[in-house]
Design a protein around this ligand. Sequence first.
Ligand SMILES: Nc1ncnc2c1ncn2[C@@H]1O[C@H](COP(=O)(O)OP(=O)(O)OP(=O)(O)O)[C@@H](O)[C@H]1O
Ligand SMILES: [Mg+2]
Length: 392
Amino acid sequence: MSFDDYDIVVVDSDEEFLAEAKAVFEGVVTTARSVADAQRLVEAGDLDLLVLGPSNAHEAALESFSLLLELDSDLPVVLATGTITAQLLRAALRYGLRDVIQAPFSAEEIHQVLRDSERRSKRRIAPVAPVEPVGPKAGRVITVASAKGGSGKTVTATNLALLLARDAGPGKVAIVDADLQFGDVCLVLQLEPKLTIFNAAQEIDRLDDSLIDSLLTKHVEGVSVLAAPLEPAFADEVSTAVLIEVVTRLRDKFEYVVVDTASLLDELLLSLLERADDVIFIVDMDLPSVKNAKLALETLRLLKFPSSKIKVVLNRSNAKARLDEGEIERSLKMKISASIPSDGLVPASVNEGRPVVLSAPRSKVAKGFESVAALILGEVAESAKVSKRRWK
Ligand SMILES: Nc1ncnc2c1ncn2[C@@H]1O[C@H](COP(=O)(O)OP(=O)(O)OP(=O)(O)O)[C@@H](O)[C@H]1O
Ligand SMILES: [Mg+2]
């Protein structure tokens, strides 16, 4: 593993740190001691990576380095620091840094950063479609997200889609499985997709309505699914631009497009959230979930994401490790809009491939999913009332 093909600059005022970094890069690295030094190097040419050392681990330094991104907006900048705090992470995100890594770092960690950056810039090359105004005929995009894996996104997305289909009728609801690596919407609905979003990516230049239609897998209850790639390795082939294009097209064809996601607050998820009409944000009833949800919601606030779109849904609300709901609301600075109780029927329904709103419609947990659907359908009813009033 060598760094011969890369132009990397490490910036820190501490000579000892610079010497250690040089050893990691086996000498193949340029060092700088200040923002001004770094600026000259950024101006001089195409750098592959700027690594800020621990002496820059504070707001003011990050802010001044963020100005360098005006000279080269694609330049990956990472901060290496001894102690990674939530506050630092947020500041780094706010100032456009790519990542915060633990110092001292290894050569492998830097290679990982370089690999991630290459992937991200590949994604960036494909321009993200501009956010289009929602026309009168466009369907409603509901994105289900959470800040921790296993919180219940997929079971919520699938049960919600079936309830929306029950209300709107067959052929009106689509689910997009945007958990590109480990999507399991089809598994939960007992479907075996032949074609997936990977095929949409392959055919992106000739993607039209009939092609999209041929990629959908249809569930007996009238819900269409655009499946995730069949293998995790194919996920990288599906760019953010492809996903956005697909969601935009499906929105024109369907009344509701439910998007299931992976628990990773990255560029892809942010782009999906930006295009959603509603975000169902699932918080599981345990401490790590609440902590992650708090951090993710704070990040979205910093990014000026409209909180009116977000509906917080508490999953496993009756779980044994019961937390106080008021306390969760205070911590998240948001109201809980709906709750889903914990019930053994859910894992059983996953194994069976028949969501609880179909297999046990009278159960408490099915009622929980109904309360989530009511957040969407209730608003439809409200807006219908408003427009009726207007037409009088
Ligand atoms: N309310 C519930 N009661 C009991 N079990 C539940 C409940 N919600 C989810 N589960 C179980 O938790 C597991 C994770 O749920 P699910 O797959 O929907 O989460 P996810 O957020 O989509 O996970 P991932 O991040 O891996 O995609 C499943 O086995 C599911 O059966
Ligand atoms: Mg899932």
